[in-house]
Design a protein around this ligand. Structure first.
Ligand SMILES: [Zn+2]
Length: 387
């Protein structure tokens, strides 16, 4: 470093700690205060008298470190009542401080660390000491956010995620709380979510399903995977067998099993699954009269193993983009002639009602086309999801 710079460094209006932080990457076993003391010693040794600035007059930290005990007291107080194992601290500083800091760090070779980093670390140490909880950079249960500009503290509580498999035995329960179903009280989401939220002491809940069935379709067999997310939980270690028992004994027509605490990426995993599904469909002739079983059998034979083309059905076209999709109908067979019931095994994303009705020509071929008769589904069940 040129000697001019040493003179300049001696006159920066910085406290010892902030002078030391400019060289934080030099000498790993020292604190920034120790580094600052070495620098001040060296400056004196070379005949430069460093200006001694008390922390609360320092141009960078402005005495922030002396306030950390107060911050930590308030933070620990706010954390009371939350069950957690890990936390992280994030500090927001004023733009003014950040600009000054960047200027100074650049002037002396960019060997420093940021004030923000040191504040986060020091505050983390104090909170860790007072709560016995661990600092975690990757996936903390609670993120403590401090904004120095407003002296505000905000806790971001990580949601609780519970995986499970559900079955639905009713034809009047939508999967999630959509606006269009607002007059309907029960949803799969509310039946599972209300109990989970109560047990975890959370503030809200969201169901993430591995696909969805229509409101009037029962979900039977081995059930559908889901993750229920509870927002801002106070309790993380909920007893899952108790939760399962409460949902299953509620008499609301939804049952769950295989509950497990999981991490957030599990949502992406189940949403990306493209399982083959098996359905049972009770058919009817829309023109009145019975379904012609001979024609139905012939149509089933032609549909078996066939790829069909489905344009997005009109009934869902407001919420999904209008596309033509190819779907493989892996297996179709007649389970019963009277009443006419068929079993269909199809690729994920096949619109089964439209496969039967033809949806005004938007699905080709359809069972109705192949049978030369207008057929539709009266009752539909998902009977197996092949996992
Ligand atoms: Zn300072």
């Amino acid at each position: 470093m040129p000697l001019d710079n040493l003179q300049e460094l001696a006159h920066e209006r910085l406290c010892t700690r902030c002078r030391g932080r400019i060289f934080a990457s030099v000498g790993h076993s020292y604190t920034n205060i120790q580094r600052g003391e070495f620098i001040e010693f060296s400056l004196k040794s070379f005949g430069y008298e460093p200006s001694t600035i008390p922390e609360n007059e320092c141009e960078i930290c402005g005495g922030l470190f002396s306030q950390l005990q107060n911050y930590s007291e308030e933070i620990v107080h706010r954390l009371e009542g939350y069950e957690f194992n890990t936390f992280l601290v994030g500090t927001t500083l004023s733009r003014d401080i950040l600009e000054k800091e960047t200027g100074i760090q650049t002037r002396y070779g960019g060997k420093g660390e940021s004030l923000k980093k040191e504040v986060n670390r020091e505050l983390g140490k104090i909170i860790s000491l007072r709560t016995g909880k661990e600092f975690d950079n990757a996936d903390p249960d609670i993120m403590v956010k401090i904004d120095v500009n407003y002296m505000s503290i905000d806790l971001q509580i990580k949601s609780l995620f519970v995986y499970g498999v559900y079955r639905k035995f009713r034809r009047d329960v939508p999967q999630t709380r959509w606006i269009k179903y607002s007059e309907i009280k029960d949803t799969v989401e509310s039946i599972i979510g209300e109990e989970a939220m109560k047990m975890a002491g959370g503030t809200n809940y969201f169901l993430h399903g591995a696909g969805r069935e229509d409101v009037d379709v029962r979900m039977l067999g081995n059930g559908r995977e889901f993750v229920i997310e509870v927002a801002q939980p106070k309790i993380r270690g909920i007893e899952l067998d108790v939760l399962e028992e409460r949902i299953n004994s509620s008499g609301k027509g939804v049952e769950v099993k295989d509950l497990a605490l999981v991490k957030k990426p599990e949502i992406v995993r189940i949403k990306d699954e493209r399982y083959v599904k098996k359905y049972r469909a009770l058919l009817e002739n829309t023109e009145g009269g019975p379904v012609d079983v001979a024609r139905l059998k012939s149509a089933i034979g032609k549909l078996n193993g066939k790829v069909i083309y489905q344009r997005t059905p009109l009934r869902v076209s407001t919420s999904r983009s209008d596309l033509v999709r190819q779907r493989m109908i892996k297996d179709v067979f007649l389970e019963s002639e009277d009443p006419p019931v068929i079993i269909i095994e199809a690729e994920a994303g096949t619109y089964i009602k439209e496969l039967v009705s033809g949806d005004g020509g938007r699905t080709k071929p359809s069972l109705s086309d192949l049978a030369g008769q207008r057929i539709q589904i009266r009752e539909l069940d998902v009977i197996e999801i092949e996992r």
